[in-house]
Design a protein around this ligand. Structure first.
Ligand code: NAD
Length: 271
């Protein structure tokens, strides 16, 4: 967890979805450590969300938990309303919630396909749309940030790397790329920045089986030139910087944070 007390995001209000565990929790904690007050969204895991809130408040920050299923329009709208009422507005939205429901293509049910698209892609659309509406309605606050608002979508290396056995997940992340870029193009004149973070392998619940035994980790490391599996706080610190005015000229980009996973490591020895 971060120890920085820099006030890079002082006076800003943030909402992070899926912040009861993993990357979302680390992003919420990092934003809090950098001075933002944070609405910590969770789907079902209230204990996890409360733990994230406690980490932020124990460090002197401001945070509260807010329940919503990001795939449900009415719940997303109610979540934004609650965050705005509790915090007084929003400047940063990190759309992070995501799931995997894996199956071979030939075995994948429509339900397995739809569930992942609903949470990972429709959930992102609902949050990006609501964030833009919220920022535009509030108007510019030049003393708080150079941008009207900042949106960060949690994508994946699988927005560009195909993934057999995970066609629903990889499709959702490929979709996020165009959701993010098209939204960034449309919202730039409003001075809203929209970007994605594309994590590689990060140690969280979503992929425990890929790193929790020495054999699994050794196999995973063959895909990572930098030779370590990522930690949630790697992503948290990037999100805090990307949301700050130090990144004010960045919009419409996916920043891969993957220890080189997108460098086609299979070609390192000549292919
Ligand atoms: P995680 O399982 O710890 O976190 C996912 C979070 O999303 C959980 O808190 C979960 O409760 C929440 N969530 C799921 N469905 C929800 C819903 N309908 N409404 C609200 N919240 C919901 O896993 P993670 O690795 O921290 O995943 C976070 C994001 O990072 C996901 O979008 C995932 O695709 C992405 N990602 C993770 C990795 C990795 O290696 N861990 C790599 C690339 C991308």
């Amino acid at each position: 967890m971060p120890t920085s007390t820099s006030a890079r995001l002082a006076g800003q209000f943030a909402l992070v979805t899926g912040a009861s565990s993993g990357i979302g929790a680390a992003v919420a904690v990092a934003l809090g450590a950098h001075g933002a007050a944070v609405a910590v969204n969770y789907g079902h895991d209230a204990d996890g969300a409360n733990a994230t809130v406690k980490t932020i408040t124990d460090a002197g920050g401001t945070a509260f938990a807010v329940q919503a299923d990001v795939s449900k329009e009415d719940q997303v709208q109610a979540m934004f309303q609650q965050a705005i009422e509790r915090l007084g507005g929003l400047h940063i939205v990190v759309s992070n919630a995501g799931i995997q429901v894996d199956a071979a293509l030939v075995d994948m049910t429509l339900e397995q396909w739809q569930k992942v698209i609903d949470v990972n892609l429709t959930g992102q659309f609902l949050c990006v749309r609501e964030a833009a509406r919220t920022f535009i309605k509030r108007g510019m606050q030049p003393d708080v940030s150079k941008a009207l608002g900042k949106i960060i979508c949690m994508s994946s290396v699988h927005e560009v790397i195909p993934w057999a056995g995970h066609v629903n997940y990889a499709t959702s992340k490929g979709g996020i790329m165009q959701l993010m870029k098209s939204s960034a193009q449309e919202l730039a004149p409003h001075k809203i920045r929209v970007n994605s973070i594309g994590p590689g392998a990060i140690k969280t619940h979503i992929n425990t089986a890929a790193w929790d035994t020495p054999e699994a980790e050794a196999s995973l490391l063959k895909l990572i030139p930098y030779a370590r599996v990522g930690e949630p706080d790697d992503i948290g610190q990037l999100a805090a910087w990307l949301a700050s005015d130090e990144a004010d000229y960045i919009t419409g980009q996916t920043i891969f944070m993957d220890g080189g996973m997108t460098l086609y490591p299979g070609f390192a020895a000549g292919g």
